[in-house]
Design a protein around this ligand. Structure first.
Ligand SMILES: [Fe+2]
Length: 169
């Protein structure tokens, strides 16, 4: 089955470790309906990771493209799945909408239910700009979520710092 990239909702979880990083990916196609989360785990070693960040778990969600293919009920289901992973941090990397930027006002409050220690941080994607980036950013602001657009934050505790930066498109 040939399914284009935009027809997927991708979610990845990264567990930082000096030995390995794990990634979990769920993929969704509108052709198959919201019954096909695919979980993938990838182990990637990180050199010189501070011991305090050992096992630090990052969940990465991308390309949700709410409406018309991805429905909010599926996102709600994924948010519950992610919360069960008990991530330290969630990063969102763009393309929240597809045709209507106003969909962000339905999506962002659901994403705000993501439960983490360090927070939820978002960068923007090309479809967010192609629709109306000001509206998309306003949706995040109203939901209390931080957009990193050529900005960074320092996470972690003590000497164990994690630098997180979001770039522009
Ligand atoms: Fe996309």
């Amino acid at each position: 089955m040939n399914i284009s990239r935009r027809q997927f909702l991708k979610i990845a979880g990264l567990a930082l470790t000096s030995a390995a990083t794990a990634r979990v990916t769920f993929e969704y196609s509108s052709r198959i309906e919201a019954t096909w989360p695919v979980v993938e785990q990838v182990q990637v070693p990180l050199k010189n990771l501070p011991s305090a960040l050992e096992g630090y778990k990052i969940v990465h969600l991308s390309d949700i493209h709410l409406h018309p293919f991805t429905q909010i009920e599926f996102v709600q289901e994924i948010v519950m799945l992610v919360n069960d992973l008990k991530p330290n941090l969630v990063v969102l990397t763009g393309d929240y909408v597809l045709e209507q930027a106003e969909a962000i006002f339905e999506l962002a409050p659901v994403l705000a239910r993501l439960q983490t220690d360090a927070g939820v941080f978002a960068s923007l994607g090309n479809h967010d700009f192609w629709t109306n980036v000001a509206v998309v950013k306003q949706g995040f602001k109203e939901a209390g979520l931080t957009v990193l657009q050529n900005k960074g934050v320092i996470l972690g505790t003590g000497k164990a710092r994690l630098y997180l930066a979001g770039l522009d498109v």
